[in-house]
Design a protein around this ligand. Structure first.
Ligand SMILES: Cc1ncc(C[n+]2csc(CCOP(=O)(O)OP(=O)(O)O)c2C)c(N)n1
Length: 514
């Protein structure tokens, strides 16, 4: 057995059985090993950002890592923006990056690069395999790292000679370190804080599981504290019958207002709230001056155990949580598509068990309220702020959950960063309905111009935020990548197209012109 085969077998032994690939010459032995070793589903991506974003989406839904196969330094570099998002989301990913044979690195061939240097900023763990015999054990360690709470990006670099030389050894899975439980004194402090007027239990990161929400809901009902989650969360279980969880708003003024009432804030998987950006004359911290925090559990800790301890400390065990009732907004009368008119149409299209990927940027402001009483769904958001994550994350979510429909809500500007996921959706027959919110602008940045203090922006500034010259034709883009597509221009057409798309197995794209 060569090193590449020992790698594939070791990944499988660690229960990593999906690989999002974009290989080159240095990864050919890994590609060949996929043929010899049954059990690894390999999914081809035509750009590395699709592979890394797909691995992120896969982790969020499967709760186990996928691997990526990337070509040397440049291939990894192409995947970095979505690895950044994955890192911020706490997603576990095992990147396998090919490297020249050790004898070749010294010759500075065209593709030679500092792969470890490129990997490090987005990876919690980076390692280059030194010999064929070690490759299997390195793979097991990479998976162990990726599985460490809340989930980590692990990058294993595989020199060609370690892959092609005989002498590979398959390694058994290694258990990740168990996450730390809460500190008993902090649990008591948190229970006391939440009993006070003006207290907030702020959840984030991996804390928004169905079980955790139920526990948090009990605590809120027993203590009278407010529940809120961070603005963006890797995965939130939402909808009718689930505990209501408003989010800290994105716009700085709304965020300041929403957090103003709270003087005692218990953090559970969440950080002290800060603005996405700095704005002239506005505070960076979103909480009121003097607000006190109880850091009950970080995202790297056992947030479930912390909530259970808090339920016990607040005596909330027998309390019933306040849950969302099943309610859908009325469909609007026939109207052009705006953020306000499209929200009820989308809310009415949500089906039980759906995975909703949110990259709506400025078009999604009315969705949280419109969809709160919709059938139960998982909401995936971008924690890293690097746009172009949604189509790729949808690929991974659909691979992880073939029995669940994915609804990808993607702004046109964001979609153009990494559109190649559409081709992978078509090739794999992934069950994704994509709505492109085609406002033909970097609309949010128009508001940001004003927010940073630019008065009366001129035509050249406006031109930098407009996507019209020429107008993007998403129907043709999608069809060119094998995805059936349609264009809609009002609420009735959107409702019809959504129903048709969701009834069709496989990917369908709807360009919603706003
Ligand atoms: C990788 C990356 N490049 C640039 C930005 C800056 N940026 C933030 S929002 C945005 C425009 C978003 O436009 P679109 O997706 O069409 O949404 P809209 O604002 O129109 O709702 C840009 C360019 C970013 N966040 N990430």
């Amino acid at each position: 057995m060569n090193g590449a085969e020992s790698l594939v077998r070791s990944l499988l032994a660690s229960d990593v059985d999906v690989c999002f690939t974009n290989p080159g010459t240095s990864e050919m032995h890994f590609v060949a090993a996929l043929d010899h070793v049954p059990g690894m589903r390999s999914v081809l991506a035509l750009f590395e950002g699709v592979a890394t974003g797909a691995a992120d989406g896969y982790w969020r839904m499967a709760r186990k890592p996928a691997s990526t196969l990337l070509h040397l330094g440049p291939g990894l570099a192409n995947g970095l923006a979505n690895l950044h998002n994955a890192k911020k989301a706490g997603s576990g990913i095992v990147n396998i990056v090919g490297e020249h044979a050790s004898t070749h690195v010294a010759l500075d061939a065209p593709l030679t690069a500092d792969i470890e240097g490129i990997a490090r900023p987005m990876s919690a763990w980076v390692h280059t395999s030194l010999s064929t015999a070690e490759v299997g054990a390195d793979a097991a360690r990479a998976v162990q790292q990726a599985r460490t709470t809340p989930g980590r990006v692990a990058t294993l670099i595989l020199p060609g000679d370690t892959a092609w030389t005989e002498g590979g050894v398959v390694a058994e899975a290694l258990m990740p370190e168990a996450p730390e439980g809460p500190d008993a004194a902090l649990v008591e402090e948190a229970a006391k804080a939440l009993a006070l007027e003006g207290s907030l239990l702020l959840l984030g990161a991996g804390a928004l599981t169905e079980e955790n929400l139920a526990l948090a809901g009990k605590i809120a009902a027993a203590t009278g504290c407010t529940l809120m989650s961070e603005w963006a969360n890797p995965r939130t279980e939402r909808g009718a019958g689930r505990v209501a969880m408003p989010r800290v708003p994105y716009p700085i003024d709304l965020a300041l207002k929403a957090l103003e009432p709270y003087g005692k804030i218990v953090l559970l998987g969440a950080r002290e709230p800060i603005g996405f950006f700095a704005y002239p004359g506005k505070p960076a911290r979103l909480t009121r001056p003097g607000a006190e925090f109880v850091p009950l559990a970080t995202a790297a800790m056992d947030t479930g155990a912390a909530l259970e301890a808090l339920v016990a400390a607040t005596g909330a065990g027998a309390t019933s949580a306040l849950i969302e009732v099943a309610a859908l907004p009325d469909l609007p009368p026939l109207s052009p598509l705006t953020p306000k008119t499209l929200a009820p149409v989308i809310a009415n299209a949500i089906r039980e068990g759906m995975i909703v990927v949110d990259e709506t940027v400025s078009s999604g402001g009315h969705l949280p309220e419109a969809t709160r009483g919709a059938p139960q769904h998982s909401l995936l958001q971008n924690n890293g702020g690097s746009i172009g994550y949604g189509l790729s994350v949808s690929v991974g979510a659909a691979v992880a959950c073939p029995d669940r429909k994915v609804l990808a809500l993607i702004s046109d500007g964001s979609g153009m960063y990494v559109p190649q996921g559409l081709w992978t959706m078509a090739r794999e027959g992934l069950d994704v309905t994509i709505v492109i919110l085609a406002n033909r602008a970097y609309n949010i940045l128009r508001g940001e111009l004003t927010n940073v203090g630019v008065q009366n922006p001129g035509p050249r500034a406006i031109d930098m935020l407009s996507l019209d010259r020429p107008t993007l034709d998403w129907v043709s883009l999608a069809r060119g990548m094998g995805v059936e597509a349609t264009r809609v221009e009002d609420t009735a057409q959107l409702a019809l197209a959504l129903a048709a798309g969701l009834d069709t197995p496989g990917p369908v794209l709807i360009e919603a012109v706003m």
